[in-house]
Design a protein around this ligand. Sequence first.
Ligand code: IPE
Ligand code: IPE
Ligand code: MG
Length: 244
Amino acid sequence: MAGDAQETAPRTGPGHVAIIMDGNGRWAQMRGRPRLFGHHAGARRVREIVEACPDLGVRYLTIFAFSTENWRRTQTEVAGLMTLFRRYIQREAQALFKAGVRVRFIGDRIRLDDKLVSLMDDLEMLTSGNDACHLTIAINYGGRDEVTRAAKRLAYEIEMGRLSHKDVDAETLARFLDTHVLPDPDLVIRTSGEARISNFLLWQSAYAEYEFVDTLWPDFTRAEFAKVLAGYGARDRRFGAVRA
Ligand code: IPE
Ligand code: IPE
Ligand code: MG
């Protein structure tokens, strides 16, 4: 499906976009509905944004679905979200596979229930041969948690004598991160007007561009996504250097 002229991605568009999908709860509350109603509306929006990626030149999309801190919410909301994740995977698996999307999950699976983990494994396996677009879904993900788990595994390799402390540099550490096969994000978008990172991709976003939009996630359309991407093209990323 070809996008219209307004949606054409800039040539220098971001290859990897990460999104903090925030504002589902407020969207529901504004309508006098329970928070889970907003999460369901948010999940429907994910499909639209994923489908837009190939047309907009986005090869990697990473979305924040549940943070290591989100367990602090009520049992009802947490359980509802976990059910939603299971249903989302069951419902979307075939469409994602057929669209050539390779799905990966990041985050610590240890706290997730077995049924969800096996659905995640199956979807990763099913789509492992795809390459058109790479969708990474962060569930029970926290940047600090990820770096801590990586450091722990690195320390174990040293303890086992398979690695020397002299070999530890940023590249070595990054190999132990959940994202080790992914490029760093070029652009991080957060919806709902909050200008904070909330523990998302801390290491990987060292030089990412950020865009904070007021729209609540269930209202974030493909057209707005295209607009944000177009704005990215005008930015001057210097990575600490001085432009020649
Ligand atoms: C983001 O929406 C989705 C998750 C964190 C799971 P919120 O649920 O945080 O929505 P607000 O921020 O309360 O509006
Ligand atoms: C960040 O949103 C996590 C996800 C979008 C999954 P939160 O709503 O949990 O973040 P805070 O609590 O406002 O920082
Ligand atoms: Mg929130």
